[in-house]
Design a protein around this ligand. Structure first.
Ligand SMILES: C[S@@+](CC[C@H](N)C(=O)[O-])C[C@H]1O[C@@H](n2cnc3c(N)ncnc32)[C@H](O)[C@@H]1O
Length: 271
């Protein structure tokens, strides 16, 4: 399996980690490097060439990085630490390889990340899920832009039987979303591929996009167009104290609500 190692100054640790999460890596390990004040971030991306190609654009100019072979076992040590993530009292996302028992009436979404991002436990994912949950209702259509493992798309399909369109630029994410839809018995409800947001037609009652701020700004016109007149747009992947420019790019949509967790925000907007 392939991965990459990114050497970053300690001061860049948070921003570099965010860029890696956005690339769709499933785990990041910090290791000391021989140089003072520099940390190595080790990640695994499976054998998907598109992740490596996108890494060059995202990391190349800012930090030194190299592609390495990583053993499957080493890349998977994070699995034993994965834990269920409660969206609310009646909805929980669990790692697919763990056995858990929950009370009757609790909806359980089992997620296997494969080579994609989103087990449900990252603050931006839980914020997005909680914000989306408020607007899920039978008969509503949902669009998940940057679906990663499909955790949001699959949850929408399971919870209210929503018909969900999901897209991601990473082929590993499309594969993971298909597998997770099957695993949770909603494959017929989740339509996923690598169509760009600009290539999508129509409008959706709920649009969710958990992607870093610069990409949200680039996609703003499409996200606004794809949100139904009386629908909602949930954006996350943005910092709690630095997202005014993203909201401004989405004008004249207005903010209905902002939720924050661990320095991250999810903003719910409407026309
Ligand atoms: C932070 S992950 C979110 C995954 C999942 N939706 C979640 O909430 O856990 C961001 C995802 O957006 C995808 N992505 C990045 N830029 C994109 C773009 N322009 N269009 C569609 N997907 C994009 C990445 O491949 C990655 O899977």
């Amino acid at each position: 399996m392939r991965g990459f190692v990114v050497s970053v100054p300690v001061a860049d640790l948070d921003v570099a980690s965010d860029v890696l999460w956005q690339l769709g890596v499933r785990a990041i390990e910090e290791r000391h490097s021989s140089a003072a004040d520099v940390v190595e971030l080790w990640t695994a991306v499976g054998d998907h060439d598109d992740a490596i190609a996108r890494a060059d654009a995202a990391l190349g100019a800012r930090w030194q990085w190299r592609v390495v072979e990583v053993s499957e076992a080493a890349a998977d040590t994070w699995r034993e630490f994965a834990r269920p993530m409660w969206v609310d009292d009646a909805l929980v996302v669990v790692p697919a390889w763990q056995e858990h028992r929950f009370a009757d009436g609790v909806a359980v979404i089992a997620i296997e990340p494969g080579g994609a991002f989103g087990l449900g436990d990252h603050p931006t994912t839980s914020l997005s899920l909680r914000a989306a949950r408020r607007h899920l209702a039978a008969g509503r259509t949902v669009l998940d832009v940057g679906c990663g493992t499909g955790v949001i798309a699959v949850t929408a399909a399971v919870v209210v039987g929503a018909s969900v369109r999901a897209v991601d630029i990473a082929s590993a994410a499309v594969e993971a979303t298909r597998d997770n839809a099957l695993r949770n018995d909603v494959a017929a409800l989740v339509d996923v591929d690598t169509t760009s947001a600009g290539g999508l037609d129509g409008s959706y009652d709920l649009v969710v996009a958990n992607i870093l701020a610069p990409t949200l700004v680039q996609l703003a016109d499409d996200l606004r167009r794809l949100t139904a007149v009386d629908g909602h747009l949930v954006i996350s992947g943005i910092l709690a104290d630095r997202h005014d420019h993203v909201v401004a790019a989405l004008a004249p949509m207005t903010v209905e609500r902002t939720d924050t967790l661990d320095g991250w925000a999810a903003v719910t907007l409407r026309h």
